[in-house]
Design a protein around this ligand. Structure first.
Ligand SMILES: CC(C)(COP(=O)(O)OP(=O)(O)OC[C@H]1O[C@@H](n2cnc3c(N)ncnc32)[C@H](O)[C@@H]1OP(=O)(O)O)[C@@H](O)C(=O)NCCC(=O)NCCS
Length: 179
């Protein structure tokens, strides 16, 4: 399988190249996340470690040498059937074109997700774009979506952050093998 995914679309113009991140991408990813409210900002060092150690489960979207999309994630320790998506970020200029969906599909098509039949992520109640992205992804890929409060304002965030709802999408079989 190629590590780089390109799509040519005459209607939509040049499409971003999707690939695994490298250490040198860390600072650009950090900038993108800062621009993509309401995402939590992590340290630049955190993004570097994601690129360096978790690159197999992260996706960078690049257009004209600029990072315009990012998915960070990991296979959950001791749960080889579950990939956790930490953040999805798409630059404002590239939104609404299916890039978030493409990045999720790319992640699930990777060898590292061979045994993955569940995608988990957390979303705050007010993030309509994020709910739409994951709901539509579940529909398009034949998964069933469930959610419940997980990291709560009072018990986990000391009142400083909205409750994060754990969203679980279950697929009948691993998408990598179904492809
Ligand atoms: C959420 C985000 C990643 C979506 O990226 P995107 O590339 O625009 O998403 P897609 O084009 O793949 O859209 C997927 C679906 O969600 C819908 N959608 C996207 N943004 C939406 C919005 N603001 N409101 C309602 N629906 C929305 C799309 O219409 C599409 O559904 P469709 O297939 O029926 O048309 C992007 O808006 C973003 O970076 N937001 C800021 C950061 C954030 O909140 N990230 C998510 C939390 S992890």
């Amino acid at each position: 399988m190629s590590a780089v995914h390109t799509v040519n679309s005459p209607e939509k113009g040049p499409q971003p190249i999707l690939r695994k991140p490298e250490g040198e991408d860390g600072s650009s990813i950090w900038e993108l996340v800062r621009e993509c409210k309401p995402l939590d900002e992590n340290s630049m060092y955190c993004n570097l470690i994601q690129c360096d150690h978790f690159g197999d489960t992260c996706v960078v979207a690049e257009l004209d040498d600029e990072v315009v999309g990012w998915v960070s994630g990991h296979v959950v320790p001791n749960e080889p059937d579950t990939v956790f998506v930490w953040q999805v970020a798409v630059s404002e200029k590239a939104r609404g074109l299916g890039l978030g969906t493409r990045m999720l599909s790319t992640l699930l098509s990777r060898d590292v997700c061979e045994d993955v039949s569940k995608l988990k992520t957390t979303i705050t109640k007010d993030n309509d774009a994020s709910w739409a992205l994951f709901r539509r992804f579940a529909e398009k890929r034949g998964g069933t979506l469930s959610s419940e409060a997980h990291f709560t304002t009072d018990d986990h965030f000391d009142g400083k952050h909205s409750t994060e709802h754990m969203v679980t999408i279950r697929f009948a079989e691993p998408l990598k093998r179904a492809a």
